[in-house]
Design a protein around this ligand. Structure first.
Ligand code: NAP
Ligand code: 8YV
Length: 315
């Protein structure tokens, strides 16, 4: 039997690609790279393989008459027009849970790195400055007040870790989670006003766009730190730069940005930020688990079995 034909929506992890190349005829980003070849292949393309950062807009879905399924390598699927897929009863899957620990670890790492100035301390030693005297003192994390914006799968994993640091943990989310036993705030501004560290871990997309704006940053205050492991779109990046430059907040640890992989020069030049290139889930172990799950969803679809992890809208 001939292999099903699929399209990759953006550059994908080699671990996911290895699965795809074994089981399918893979058209790698033809819609972006070769419109004529794409037009030829489009009527035969039965699935799209995407990542958390991929864009799968309505127009792309509409250009694929045989499309049956979209499998995202990542838990976030804000780049996929799920409503357009649903109109054609095309299921979308993602990779929840398998990356919770990894992303939570990075959130804690960024919090520690920015407060304890770990990158600067490393540079201090490497630069031979230690013999000249000690580094300036840093900020304590243990026992501080942590505000989590988005107490979902990953947010809860962050809270669990923060408990071991003796932090006073509060959160905001669309709905209150009474079972968490944590203090709930109705919005990010109220939470920020009561936090030393504000960690963002909501989905991206229209519902959270610029949720953290100048007002929220003002509420966080000059002693407060922002950590973003959610999506760049959740923060008003221009307002963040202004707040950092003006000392309106103390610092930021950022894994995600408005226009990845481009990071504003202003942020790159600042001493009170720690920047990582969207590596929340980027360990060999977790990326393998994500690749297996994303490929497992496709395999189940083509075997006529239920998807392993459809997005909530498609359950
Ligand atoms: P999840 O279980 O769906 O949790 C999302 C949480 O965000 C929920 O508590 C939800 O509230 C809350 N939320 C949604 N919209 C909100 C709003 N407008 N205001 C306040 N809270 C809101 O998702 P997850 O698995 O934890 O993943 C969260 C996100 O992390 C992903 O969607 C992705 O964007 C990001 N992520 C980043 C990386 C990285 O590499 N940096 C890796 C993985 C994931 P309710 O529970 O009340 O609905
Ligand atoms: C990945 C992510 O970086 O899961 C997500 O939503 O943002 C990350 O795990 C991404 O999906 C892989 O490219």
């Amino acid at each position: 039997m001939s292999k099903p034909e699929i399209l990759t929506a953006s550059p994908l992890s080699p671990l996911y690609m290895a699965h795809l190349k074994e089981a399918y005829v893979v058209h790698e980003r033809l819609h972006d790279t070769d419109p004529a070849a794409f037009a030829q292949a489009a009527p035969r393309i039965r699935a799209i393989a995407a990542s958390g950062e991929s864009k799968v807009p309505r127009e792309l879905i509409a250009s694929l008459p045989a499309l049956e399924m979209i499998s995202v390598f990542g838990v976030g699927y804000d780049g996929v027009d799920v409503a357009a897929a649903q109109e054609r009863k095309i299921p979308v899957s993602h990779t929840p849970d398998v990356l919770n620990d990894e992303v939570a670890d990075l959130a804690i790492a960024l919090m520690l790195a920015v407060a304890r100035r770990i990158p600067q301390a490393d540079q201090y030693v490497r630069g031979g400055r230690w013999p000249g005297g000690p580094m300036p003192l840093a900020t304590r994390v243990s026992g501080a007040r942590l505000g989590i914006v988005g107490l979902g799968r990953i947010g809860q994993a962050i809270a669990k870790r923060a408990q071991a640091f003796g932090m006073a943990i509060a959160y905001t989310s669309r709905t209150e989670k009474a079972a968490s036993g944590l203090r709930y705030f109705p919005n990010a501004e109220a939470l920020a006003a009561e936090s030393d560290f504000l960690v963002l871990i909501t989905p991206g997309g229209a519902g959270t766009r610029k949720l953290v704006n100048a007002q929220v940053l003002k509420a966080l205050g000059p002693q407060g730190y922002l950590v973003n492991v959610a999506r760049g779109s959740v923060v008003d990046e221009a307002a963040l730069i202004e707040a950092l430059q003006g000392g309106m907040i103390a610092g930021a640890g950022l894994d995600v940005f408005e226009n990845e992989p481009n990071v504003p020069e202003a942020l790159r030049n600042m001493d009170n930020v720690v920047l990582t290139p969207h590596i929340g889930s980027a360990t060999k172990q977790t990326r393998q688990a994500m690749a297996d799950l994303a490929a497992g969803n496709l395999a189940n679809h083509f075997a006529g079995k239920p998807l392993l992890s459809p997005v909530p809208e498609c359950r």
